[in-house]
Design a protein around this ligand. Structure first.
Ligand SMILES: Nc1ncnc2c1ncn2[C@@H]1O[C@H](COP(=O)(O)OP(=O)(O)OP(=O)(O)O)[C@@H](O)[C@H]1O
Length: 582
């Protein structure tokens, strides 16, 4: 019940729909109980006593209560649905909002397919129970209690016979619940894994095809698919085992009822009408009791789903804002003081005692072998991650003093693989600043050397892009990303290997675009090519998370350190190429 208590904030505000639906349910159930009573009266008072003139009145009365039942059913059903749909609407929104604030650390370990299945299937599982499960449970209880009431009123001994089977049925239903709940958790988990497989496969289709791993992927999918099937079959086997037992107990009790009831009628201790009424009433008890399995099933699913939803809602937000965090414009002075970063506890340190100062407008180059910590430095400035030790300052204040939005609004990223959304080019350019006027979008595209190729497209700025920017070349995507960065007018700019994935001609165009964007902004350039770092005000050379060398290009090339080695390798290559060319 803890799960439902924790999710109370989502359903309690809409309790009026639920309780009004219950109010109408009361009519529906009460009228259902009236059927056998009408049957008993018709047999005992009309047929057996041959008072046929009463039949039209009974028929009219029956018609009238049917009408009430119909109207009540409508409101019960509609309000129940309204309750469920409203609750999951709010739940889905809360989940989505939470997914937006969860930190990078969370996403490092999360799997997209699994998150998707939590957001869709689990939320639906919860809705089913909220919409129908609870009211089914109440309907079942009311039906059983009212039927028992009427039975005891008619004949206590016969009612006791019916009751005799109930403890056995209750035991079986209880055992069933104990087994079916973990089985449903298994199904949910396995469905999450299946989703992850499919999602990763589709996103990584390029890699799969280029490495001819289709068969391997089909094999992996079959494993997950088989696991899902096994889990479902296991649950089905539990159903298949328990359901006939429940039905047998129900039927045994009906046999007892018919035998003992028939005996009472023969001895004139019970009217025929009452026995017929009893026969209907006993099914009003046994049917719902067996149905309890379905409702418990729904409850188990909802509980399992609720737990998985709560795992997201309660996930720790590693990066949070302070009370009174500041919102003011940023000049772009970045300082690192003795910063150490560890991503996960048992991992090596990704950064060790990193110290540097980048005054506004300066260009900092970050060089070093892959995995040396270049990207990590730039991820600490917008607080994507928190340092383990040391301080990261922007304009002299710790980054944690700023509102996250303020801080991130002032930092522009152009990554090696920039993400473009499947919408128009215009929407992609103004994504970070949707209010920006059209002239400024065009101006940004011109400065990013993107305007010309955009205008050559059939729909210009209205050209729709495919998923992840499909339809554009790597260099074109990059220039759209640069235009996007210009639109947010950041004080700090991070260019992470922004030109590594393109040919020389495109690189030249991008370099030209970047020069334009860098004007007046503190810029961090991560690059493997010396040519991209040459003009930096300071180059930091990293190795294993430590700064091993620093200075301007002209000094570093004579330093006899790692930078000179990289320079020599890149220049030797050039000389060799020049030699072969001449
Ligand atoms: N999100 C993460 N979770 C755990 N470890 C990480 C994460 N990101 C980076 N690392 C580790 O931190 C170290 C530094 O990585 P970083 O990406 O900063 O290197 P880099 O110099 O930018 O490399 P590259 O040139 O390949 O981009 C590496 O050992 C890497 O495996």
């Amino acid at each position: 019940m803890d799960t439902f208590k924790k999710l109370k904030q989502f359903y309690w505000p809409y309790k009026k729909y639920f309780f009004t639906s219950l109010f109408f349910l009361f009519f529906v159930v009460s009228i259902t109980i009236v059927y056998p009573i009408v049957l008993q009266l018709t047999i005992d008072e009309v047929v057996l006593k041959e008072r046929y003139s009463l039949i039209p009145y009974i028929a009219a009365g029956f018609f009238f209560i049917m009408l009430i039942k119909g109207v009540s059913s409508f409101f019960h059903q509609y309000l129940g649905d309204l309750f469920g749909i409203t609750v999951v609407y709010k739940l889905r929104e809360a989940l989505y909002e939470k997914l937006q604030v969860l930190s990078f650390k969370y996403y490092d370990n999360a799997r997209t397919g699994d998150l998707m299945s939590r957001k869709t299937t689990d939320v639906e599982g919860f809705r089913n129970f909220i919409s129908f499960g609870i009211s089914d449970l109440i309907e079942i209880s009311m039906l059983i209690l009212l039927s028992l009431g009427v039975m005891f009123y008619y004949s206590i001994p016969l009612a006791l016979i019916t009751m005799a089977a109930m403890p056995f049925l209750a035991i079986v239903v209880y055992k069933f619940d104990k087994r079916v709940h973990p089985a449903f958790r298994g199904i949910r988990k396995s469905f999450g894994r299946l989703n992850t497989r499919v999602q990763e496969n589709i996103s990584g289709m390029n890699t799969v095809k280029s490495l001819s791993k289709e068969d391997f992927e089909v094999g992996r999918f079959s494993d997950s698919n088989d696991n899902y099937r096994q889990n479902y079959l296991f649950t089905s086997s539990i159903w298949a085992k328990y359901f006939p037992v429940m039905e047998f107990i129900g039927n045994a009790s009906v046999v007892l009822l018919l035998a003992y009831g028939g005996f009472l009628v023969i001895n004139d201790d019970l009217t025929l009408g009452t026995l017929v009424a009893f026969f209907s009433l006993v099914w009003y008890i046994m049917g719902p009791l067996m149905n309890l399995g379905f409702v418990i099933n729904m409850f188990s699913q909802a509980k399992a789903s609720g737990e998985r939803i709560l795992e997201i809602l309660e996930a720790k937000e590693d990066v949070t804002e302070k009370d009174g965090a500041i919102d003011r414009s940023v000049a772009g002075h970045v300082t690192f003081k003795n910063v150490t970063l560890t991503y996960t506890e048992d991992d090596d340190k990704a950064l060790k005692h990193v110290t540097f100062d980048a005054p506004p407008g300066k260009v900092i180059g970050l060089s070093g072998p892959t995995g040396s910590g270049k990207t990590s430095i730039t991820q600490l400035i917008p607080r994507f991650y928190e340092p383990e030790k040391g301080e990261v300052l922007v304009d002299g204040r710790p980054v944690s003093d700023y509102q996250l939005k303020t801080l991130r609004r002032h930092i522009g990223f152009v990554l090696q693989e920039s993400f473009l959304f499947s919408t128009t080019i215009r929407e992609n350019i103004r994504y970070g600043n949707p209010e920006i006027p059209e002239e400024q979008i065009i101006d940004a595209a011109k400065r990013a050397q993107a305007h010309d190729f955009i205008m050559e497209m059939p729909d210009g700025y209205d050209t729709m892009l495919g998923e992840r920017g499909m339809g554009l070349s790597g260099g074109q995507k990059q220039r759209i990303a640069i235009a996007r960065a210009i639109c947010i007018n950041p004080s700090i700019l991070v260019l992470d290997d922004a030109t590594s994935a393109v040919d020389m001609e495109t690189e030249f165009k991008i370099q030209k675009a970047l020069k334009e964007v860098m004007k007046g902004r503190t810029t961090f350039i991560i690059a493997h090519r010396i040519s991209s770092l040459k003009h930096a005000d300071e180059i930091l050379v990293l190795e294993d998370g430590e700064i091993v060398e620093r200075g301007r290009h002209d000094d570093l090339v004579h330093h006899k350190g790692p930078y000179e080695r990289i320079y020599n390798i890149q220049y030797q290559d050039r000389e060799q190429i020049m030699d072969t060319a001449t």
